[in-house]
Ligand binder design. Sequence first.
Ligand code: COA
Length: 704
Amino acid sequence: MTISRTDVVSYSAHGALGVIEVNHPPVNAIAHPVRQGVASALEQAIADPGIRALLLVTAGPIFMAGADINELARPVMAPSLQELQSAIESARVPVVAAIQGLALGGGLELAMACHYRIAAPDARLGLPEITLGLIPGAGGTQRLPRLVGAARALDLMLSGKPWSAQEAYDCGLVDEVAGTELRAAARAFCERLIAENKPARRTCALRPSGPLSETDAQQALQKHARSIKGLRAPALMVEAIRAASEPFERGIAIEAELSAKSLQLRESVALRHLFFAERAAGKLRDVNVEITPRAIRRAAVIGAGTMGSGIATAFADAGVQVTLTDNAEAGLRHGMSLVQGNFAAAVKRGRIDQSTADERLARIMPSSSLSDAADADVVVEAVYEDSDLKKSVLSQLDQLLPADRLIASNTSTLSLTELAAATAHPGRVVGLHFFSPAHVMKLLEIVRGASTNADALAAALQVSRLLKKTAVIAKDGFGFIGNRMMQDGYFREAEQLLLEGATPEAVDRALEEFGFAMGPQRVSDLGGTDVGTRVRQELFKRASRPDPYFVIADRLTALGRLGQKSGSGFYRYESGGRQAIPDPEVERVIRELAAERGIEQRKITAAEIVERCVLSLILVGARVLEEGVAARAADIDVVWTSGYGFPRYLGGPMFHADTLGLRQVAERIRYYQQRCGFYWTPSPLIERLAAAGQSFQQHDESGS
Ligand code: COA
């Protein structure tokens, strides 16, 4: 019998069992109305002497995704999550949480304040606050160690990844994995508690299994060193977990203090910015039609090179049947061996088992005939980056496929508008710029040509969701968002610094210390200097750039120094090794190129290297924004953090510019314009925002 109901919480009684149900789509985030609703339902239940157990359930596929991240930057409205937890924990009857889908962050913390937990077999439970640069702040650091031990608790928090229901059961975080349908199993569990007269078992009253040892802390920090780089929250987590061996009230007070500190950290503000930016980037803003794109069951990928094979792998990973087409027999064989290699690597890394790999491989059908693409719901052209070849393939596909199917070109340099114009239906042609390896890299630039229509964009977004990519929509233009900023900004400045006297090693080291995953010269060597040269040759067909523009990289290509694959590039590599060894020969080539241009070499500090490379990224980013190639500064941040190794904890180049302050940014750009010349021409947008004391974030919010 339903007794009360708010917009998001209902309470019903079934004999001696009270059931509180939260229904706050899409993810049951514990926003203020949820806390208020649960607190008042709880009060009602407790006041009823007939109630002997309470069940907390939620509607929808996800139990609870945590505190409402939107509320984190605002003053807390009562009841706080902690107050609600105390009310639950001190209830006179046992309270049971029934967990389906995901219990994350505050969702798991709320469940831990319940007296018992039962989970569906496919449920996952975790504390992902670290991905937002935060520590769990609603008792997680105090209750989890009491349930599973301090070392395990730290590992879960540092990993940011959830445990499976079975793992959670094995270490005592949940009391039962449901053997039947979750709600039925949870009710049966509650009936047993009632029949056996079981008391409310308060997590806060449990003793932690022991204090966190220094060795355990160091081991866990070491294990997650890569993913926690640049974050200060891990140290706060260790401190909070140490407090779990104190009496609960004291531990909770320490956690509250540390949690408040983590909320103020620059990187946590940056990571929350990225959380929303990543979700907003893949939304169509200027198209206000509700479009339901066609379901994607079959895909076709044309061209079985590295990109094509990676894209086919990504589709197969997503459960889609794929035809991988190449007109060269040898190319097709090589492509299929690349695909096999991708799955074998996933098995080797323990990501999937052999039978899953076999299943996925069986989804990919090699074909030497383009006509096998005819029944695909979506087709991605990934042939060699040559304009005429691509145009010919696209026009054949256009004739082959019904007019409602999406045709995508995986180009990184060519004009999508021009490519689409080679077809009779340019509206359905879109660019899907995958990053290599395509089945691994998260970023997908969706390029809209001048004629691309809303249906095609909606279908492209559907593809990105299916492949679990982070999508950013870019307008057609030289290098789109990412490569334009890389070529005209970041890499170009790195080359300029080399000409002025910095060594490749010094440039790379400075930028890696700044936080980039890999410095620009090492990136060039990894990808192949010839690849960059080819990209520029293609780009130059659309727009040229005055000298010096990648004169070093292009000279290295001409010398056959193609990077790691040829054993030398900006560095040299010993027989097939990956270690970049500085090479005096490269320094000689650079000196020669500098002398030819009358550039005087000097000693350059790491600070100057970082400032110039990062500012030039910001400057070209502002141009990309002014030209409308990117719709929002936040989109640029997503591109650079998910596709180009910009440190996430700085929130992306444009967010970083806001952190520096646009007045300061504008001033330094003007300074470098005087020293370095025309390509540092200030951006009117930065100048305008700086003069108004505004940020890129405010620019995004104002939508102008
Ligand atoms: N607070 C507020 N909003 C949240 C949220 C949260 N904790 N978690 C998700 N959302 C919102 C998203 O912003 C998105 O909103 P939108 O549709 O307006 O863009 C919507 O819920 C769906 O989320 P999305 O990430 O697009 O769905 P998904 O199915 O791919 O992933 C989750 C679901 C729960 C795995 C993912 O959203 C997530 O990781 N959330 C954050 C979990 C977390 O860090 N919790 C600790 C908070 S301190």
